[in-house]
Design a protein around this ligand. Structure first.
Ligand code: GUN
Length: 278
């Protein structure tokens, strides 16, 4: 069997066109997105460039604020305070990870919840888990949208999430729960991971390590969502799932690149438009 490819790039492109049309139809001020990057992490540089360029593409105002790796925490907090107070800025995103000398929690806490387009502020996180209106983090939101656009309904299915990060694992587990899946969160301390992943009708892998999941760990007919973005020994982009073997067993699978990544950016634009409208 060969799995259907869940083409996040194509779905994201059509969402972007919808957002572009919505932005063009706005009579006055356009939505504004500010993206802060600290230091020179090459992967972060690529992500941030994509985010800013995508916002500009859909007609939003977007600016990148680059701070040196040795910037002091207070300088970053001052930058956020200025953006919080700036009425032309609807969305503020601080690219993670931050250098070790900066307290990331303090930084995320400083972003006005109404401008927190990543959905990382504790009040947005609390509201997500309480089932109240909130900003939903971009990658989990993009995963759910891609699943829905692919005609897959999680209700009544067994979902296994591998990885328990605040950015992906925990929030996507909550969204799958909201979609009436029966959800298990597995992680680095889970004994016999394969026996857990083999139960999954929907398998989301968000660990950040190459080939954590191989074809023998996938239930025949499962839907596999690969959130990983790694470089293999040859320097090639790859996910957390061994695509060659998993795609022989799964019914549907996301490629890397071109799966979850573009959906994250599309959802960032959607969150920015929602912040503008609220
Ligand atoms: N680093 C990895 N993923 C993300 C994300 O979705 N948002 C931010 N701000 N940083 C990240």
């Amino acid at each position: 069997m060969s799995a259907k490819i869940l083409d996040g790039k194509a779905v994201a492109a059509s969402i972007k066109e919808e957002i572009k049309a919505a932005v063009e139809a706005l009579p006055g001020r356009k939505p504004g997105l500010a993206v802060i990057i600290v230091g020179e992490n090459p992967a972060s540089q690529v992500y941030v460039r994509n985010k800013v360029q995508s916002a500009l593409y859909v007609g939003m105002n977007s600016r990148k604020i680059e701070l040196p790796a040795d910037v002091c925490e207070q300088r970053l907090l001052d930058e956020i305070a200025a953006l919080n107070a700036d009425p032309s800025v609807d969305g503020i995103l601080v690219q993670l990870p931050l250098p070790a000398h900066i307290d990331a929690d303090k930084v995320l806490d400083a972003i006005l919840p109404s401008k927190d387009v990543d959905g990382f502020h504790p009040s947005n996180v609390a509201n997500l888990w309480l089932g109240r209106p909130c900003t939903v983090p971009c990658t989990p939101k993009g995963i759910m949208r891609l699943i829905a656009e692919s005609g897959i309904n999680p209700a009544g299915k067994k979902a296994v999430v591998v990885g328990r990060s605040n950015i992906v694992g925990k929030p996507v587990a909550k969204l799958l729960l909201d979609a009436n899946a029966t959800v298990t969160i597995a992680h680095s301390r889970t004994p016999d991971l394969a026996s857990v992943t083999r139960e999954a009708d929907i398998l989301v892998v968000a660990v950040g390590k190459e080939a954590v999941v191989t074809g023998d760990m996938v239930k025949p007919g499962a839907v596999v969502i690969d959130v990983g973005m790694n470089r293999n020994a040859e320097g090639k982009l790859c996910g957390d799932v061994d695509f060659a073997s998993a795609s022989e067993v799964a019914s549907a699978i996301t490629p890397v690149p071109g799966g979850v990544g573009p959906m994250t950016i599309a959802m960032l634009l959607q969150n920015t438009l929602e912040a503008y409208n609220s």
